[in-house]
Design a protein around this ligand. Structure first.
Ligand SMILES: [Zn+2]
Length: 157
């Protein structure tokens, strides 16, 4: 592949062949006109272009991280799945570091392992209430947690 032109989206400028999932990295940091800062994390569960999560697993991880993470931080603005199904973006208010956010993510995933249901997995609170897998979400969370010591290692090198 030849050199790509600079893209607007930060992750489009990331060479996905060079990363070593699972990992946690800052994808964006934005200072707002009032001086407040937002930090966006790339929470990568599976190796790009080699593996991806099942869609039920992605959906349940989304629900569970979105709900449980807010018990560990007042500053969570958004938890969104990547369309490629290899991970999630988490947006927080404030100027964050990987070292600062990792314990929040770890605590969230430990809650997820202890949970006995996917929150809001019903047709009143969700757009596809039947499309969930608690087991899949817990398996993916366990595998991600097993690699906790290398979350800050983003590239294979
Ligand atoms: Zn849903």
């Amino acid at each position: 592949m030849t050199e790509q032109p600079r893209m607007n989206v930060e992750s489009f400028n990331l060479d996905h062949r060079t990363v070593a999932a699972p990992y946690l990295r800052i994808a964006d940091r934005k200072e707002l006109p009032g001086g407040d800062v937002l930090t966006k994390f790339d929470v990568r569960f599976t190796q790009p272009n080699l593996e991806h999560l099942d869609t039920e697993t992605v959906h349940s991880l989304e629900h569970m991280m979105a709900e449980h993470m807010r018990n560990h931080s007042e500053d969570v603005l958004d938890v969104s799945p990547m369309g490629c199904r290899t991970g999630f973006y988490v947006l927080l208010s404030g100027d964050r570091t990987v070292e600062g956010f990792a314990p929040v993510l770890e605590a969230t995933l430990r809650d997820l392992l202890a949970a006995d249901e996917v929150p809001a997995a019903n047709e009143i609170q969700c757009g596809w209430g039947a499309h969930h897998s608690l087991e899949g979400a817990q398996r993916a969370a366990r595998e991600f947690l097993d690699q906790r010591s290398v979350w800050d290692r983003v590239t294979a090198d």
